[in-house]
Design a protein around this ligand. Structure first.
Ligand code: MN
Length: 266
C-alpha cells in the first residue's frame, strides 16, 4: 500500500503537538523542547517516560503493566519506554483528537549515524511516524555536561519545524535533527545530511561490583568517520545543524533485486 504524503502544514497555530523524549519527564532538554513547541502552538501535550530511557531504542513494554499518571493538564508520565509513551498517547490519551505533530527530545547528546537504531529519542518520533503522524526527533551535541548549548536548539528548532511542516513529507519517514555543540551565534546554519557511521559498543568496560562479581558497562566511544562528506556526523562536527530524513522501511532495494534474481532463477 502506498501512503499519501503528509499534506503541507503552513500554520501550526492551534495544531496539536505531542512531546516525548527518552531522558525522562524531568529532563532539561524536554523543557527546551516545550519552549520551542509553545512558540509554535498553544496546544502542547507532554507524555514522557517517568525514568531515563536512553538506549531503549524502539522497545515496547509487554511484560508489566503501564500506568499513565496525569501530573498536570495535558502532561503525563508513563512507567515505560518512549515508544510506549507515544503509542499510549496517540491510541489512548489523545484518541479523540490525535496530534498533528510529534516532537521528541531534546536529547542530551547526539543521535548520529547508527545511534538512531539505539535511540529512544528517535524511536519516539518513529512511533509517531508508524502511527501516521509527522514526527521530528531533536538531539543536542555536548562535551561539557555543565555547559550544554540548549540555546542553539532554541534558536534553530522552531524554524526547522515550521519549514519541514510547510513542505510536508512522505509518511513512514521521520526527521532526525542534531544541534552542534557551540553557542547559537557560532552555529553555521542547517545542513541536510545522510546518516554517517557512529557505532557504539567498541569499548566495553569490565569491572567488579562491591561483592566481587564481574560486570560489563557499555561505554561511550563510537567507531565511525566524522570526516565523511555529506554525513550527519560531519555536519555537526563542522558546526551545522544536521537534518536527516529517516525511512522506517529498512529494505535495501539493490540487494533485494540481486536476491530476487538469485532466488527466481532456480
Ligand atoms: Mn537520551
Amino acid at each position: 500500500m502506498t501512503l499519501s504524503p503528509f499534506a503541507p502544514l503552513t500554520d501550526l497555530k492551534g495544531k496539536r503537538i505531542l512531546l516525548s523524549n527518552d531522558d525522562g519527564i524531568a529532563a532539561a532538554g524536554l523543557r527546551v523542547l516545550e519552549q520551542i513547541a509553545r512558540a509554535l502552538s498553544d496546544d502542547v501535550w507532554v507524555v514522557a517516560p517517568a525514568a531515563e530511557q536512553s538506549g531503549a531504542g524502539h522497545s515496547l513494554t509487554l511484560h508489566h503493566p503501564l500506568r499513565p499518571v496525569k501530573v498536570a493538564e495535558r502532561r503525563y508520565t508513563i512507567n515505560g519506554t518512549p515508544t510506549d509513551c507515544v503509542l499510549v498517547a496517540i491510541n489512548h490519551l489523545m484518541r479523540d483528537h490525535p496530534p498533528d505533530l510529534v516532537l521528541s527530545g531534546i536529547n542530551m547528546g547526539v543521535n548520529l549515524g547508527e545511534d538512531v537504531h539505539y535511540s529512544g529519542t528517535v524511536a519516539a518520533a518513529m512511533e509517531g511516524a508508524l502511527l501516521g503522524v509527522r514526527a521530528i526527533a531533536f538531539s543536542q551535541a555536548f562535551d561539557d555536561e555543565e555547559n550544554i548549548q540548549w540555546a542553539t536548539a532554541e534558536k534553530f528548532g522552531p524554524d526547522i519545524v515550521r519549514q519541514a511542516c510547510a513542505l510536508g513529507w512522505a509518511q513512514n519517514v521521520l526527521i532526525n535533527v542534531n544541534f552542534p555543540d557551540c553557542p547559537p551565534e557560532q552555529a553555521k546554519g542547517v545542513r541536510v545530511a545522510r546518516q554517517g557511521k557512529n557505532k557504539i559498543g567498541d569499548d566495553l568496560v569490565h569491572r567488579h561490583d562491591p561483592r566481587g562479581r564481574p560486570y560489563i558497562w557499555i561505554a561511550a566511544r563510537r567507531l565511525g568517520d566524522p570526516s565523511a562528506e555529506g554525513t550527519d556526523l560531519k555536519a555537526v562536527a563542522d558546526g551545522y545543524v544536521s537534518v536527516t530524513p529517516l525511512n522506517v522501511d529498512l529494505t535495501h532495494n539493490a540487494t533485494m533485486q540481486a536476491l530476487g534474481k538469485a532466488f527466481t532463477s532456480s
